[in-house]
Design a protein around this ligand. Structure first.
Ligand code: GLC
Length: 549
């Protein structure tokens, strides 16, 4: 039996938008616990939860002030223990999100650092540095924050005079930790143990490629700006540095000291699959998100090159790929695929322009079927199983994303992929909050989501939800005969813009061309993302799994 994580289907729970148990308009642990049967019936193997720790919520929980407590918005530690037990009861493993690059500015360490003097031990947990220029009024380097503006903020000393600057690759409320400090390393290993002791099955590592910085603090100068969604080149002053890899060797030892297979998945936005593979040697992390595929347009040649590149370099280190189409940081793929230009960068450029949503949702179903036939694991971002689009017309007055504060930020606010899920009913909150709720959902849901509720889609055998349920059930059934880990992928020669490959007993076809394509004789259709008639022709923008008759 192959290890569970090598071909797991992992459902991303963006907890504040999943299900609201207490009626305050924000999703929580109680809501999630009540919906575990839905997730088990969907057929996923594990859940990844976005951060639920105590936090001022400046960056939706990615600004942690206490890593060993839940934010009261989401529940208590007792609720967390109950969730871990319930999830396991439902056959679902649970992966938490660990945020090691930065803390909240309200974390006791940072508060202590601010109160302490320059050069103190308290400040040595972060990156405090003098400014440049005669009066120190210029930031120590030219590094930009990923949310816009400079990556440095100046502090005020006890005497009221301007003091040192501190580094924050993200918002000023998210100061970066100094990972050369042994105390920082010890603390995080202890946090990992805290949650592993409570029974969690692993961690998604936030900004896994960012932990160490060039000790010389050079300027970025002529380099391209270090946007989080862009590939990062070698010898970058703060991304994808070799020193970071040693940290994960320590973490791997921690995880391996526990029973069961406790695993890591890295969020590493780096230049290409070859750079990702460095994180995934047997002594480092188990898996990393494959963002190459997520950035690709809906085009056969681009997808095929990305698939080949990923399989090639990961096989060399023995790590399984993990395929992902959407997450809480990017424009949902049902929207990306609904325009004539379909890459992630196109979607950012074309944000708010007309979308053919039916086309996007159709392609999204085909894409899900394609990635679930590839070797390795897959991710489902909550709501993609309902075919939800990006909500691109949220009024600015409701935006929460900290990147909204900066005009030089590269890309739209991320709130449009974070709108609370529609569960049932004909009007907002669509069952997201209980009937006696005291507040509206924290972001408004589009009224036309009545056709996209889980309840409505469950009744419709042609819905995206019904497709996902069938897809995941069949993937499980055929796991040892071609789908999942193991069986090598062999490409089949096809007309242009059609992707076809065999894995064990299963053959997958995806038609990205502009004409229907004939399926091979002697095979029956296990599952298709659109109706395939007896004439055995696969329509445009559809995918099918076949097995020999
Ligand atoms: C990661 C998260 C993103 C967050 C950032 C800072 O990229 O996915 O949501 O804003 O890290 O923690």
């Amino acid at each position: 039996m192959s290890s569970w994580w090598r071909d797991a289907v992992i459902y991303q729970v963006y907890i504040r938008s999943f299900a609201d148990g207490n009626g305050d308009g924000v999703g929580d642990v109680a809501g999630l616990r009540s919906r575990l049967p839905y997730l088990a019936a969907l057929g996923v193997d594990a859940l990844w939860l976005n951060p639920w720790y105590a936090s001022p919520q400046v960056d939706a929980g990615y600004d942690v002030s206490d890593y060993r407590r839940l934010d009261p918005l989401f529940g208590t530690l007792e609720d967390a223990k109950g969730l871990i037990a319930d999830a396991h009861e439902h056959g679902l493993r649970l992966i938490l999100d660990i945020v090691p690059n930065h803390t909240s500015d309200q974390h006791p360490w940072f508060q202590e650092a601010l109160a302490a003097s320059q050069g103190s031990d308290a400040r040595a947990r972060y990156h405090f540095r003098p400014g440049r220029g005669a009066d120190g009024s210029q930031p120590p380097t030219d590094w930009p924050s990923i949310f816009g503006g400079p990556a440095w903020t100046r502090t005020v000393d006890a005497d009221g005079e301007p003091g040192d600057w501190y580094l924050h690759l993200f918002a000023p409320e998210q100061p970066d930790l100094d990972w050369t400090n042994p105390e920082v390393r010890r603390e995080f290993e202890d946090i990992l143990r805290f949650w592993l002791d409570l029974g969690v099955d692993g961690f998604r590592i936030d900004v896994a490629h960012g932990l160490t910085k060039d000790p010389g603090f050079p300027d970025l100068a002529s380099r391209a700006a270090g946007g989080m969604l862009d590939g990062v080149a070698r010898d970058h002053p703060y991304f994808d540095r070799d020193e970071t890899l040693a940290i994960y060797e320590d973490w791997r030892r921690v995880a391996d000291s526990y029973e069961g297979e406790r695993v890591f998945v890295a969020e590493a936005w780096v230049a290409d699959a070859a750079r990702v593979a460095r994180y995934l040697t047997p002594s480092r992390l188990h898996t990393a998100f494959n963002f190459g595929l997520l950035s690709c347009p809906w085009e056969a040649s681009a997808l095929r090159s990305e698939i080949d590149a990923t399989l090639g370099v990961l096989a060399a280190v023995g790590a399984p790929p993990t395929w992902v189409l959407s997450n809480h940081d990017v424009i949902r793929h049902a929207t990306r695929y609904g325009r004539s230009q379909t890459s992630l960068s196109d979607a950012r450029r074309l944000y708010g322009t007309p979308v053919d949503h039916a086309l996007g949702e159709r392609r999204a179903r085909a894409a899900a079927q394609l990635i679930n036939a590839l070797p390795g694991g897959t991710y489902v971002y909550q709501g993609e199983e309902l075919g939800l689009p990006e909500v691109e017309d949220l009024p600015p007055s409701v935006w929460q994303d900290p990147n909204r504060r900066y005009t030089d930020h590269d890309g739209p606010v991320r709130d449009g992929c974070r709108v609370p899920l529609p569960w049932s009913g004909a009007t907002p909150p669509f069952g997201f909050s209980p009937e006696q709720a005291t507040a509206d959902p924290w972001l408004p849901q589009p009224p036309d989501w009545k056709d996209h509720t889980a309840a409505a889609e469950e009744q419709n055998p042609r819905s995206t939800l019904s497709h996902y349920q069938a897809l995941l059930r069949i993937r499980r059934e055929w796991r040892d005969r071609g789908l999942g880990d193991g069986a090598p992928l062999e490409w089949i020669t096809t007309p242009p813009d059609v992707l076809a490959f065999r894995r064990g007993e299963v053959v997958c076809y995806a038609n990205l061309s502009t004409a229907p394509v004939a399926l091979p004789a002697g095979y029956r259709v296990l599952l298709a993302s659109e109706v395939v008639d007896d004439d055995r022709v696969l329509p445009v923008d559809a995918a099918a799994w076949l097995v020999a008759e």
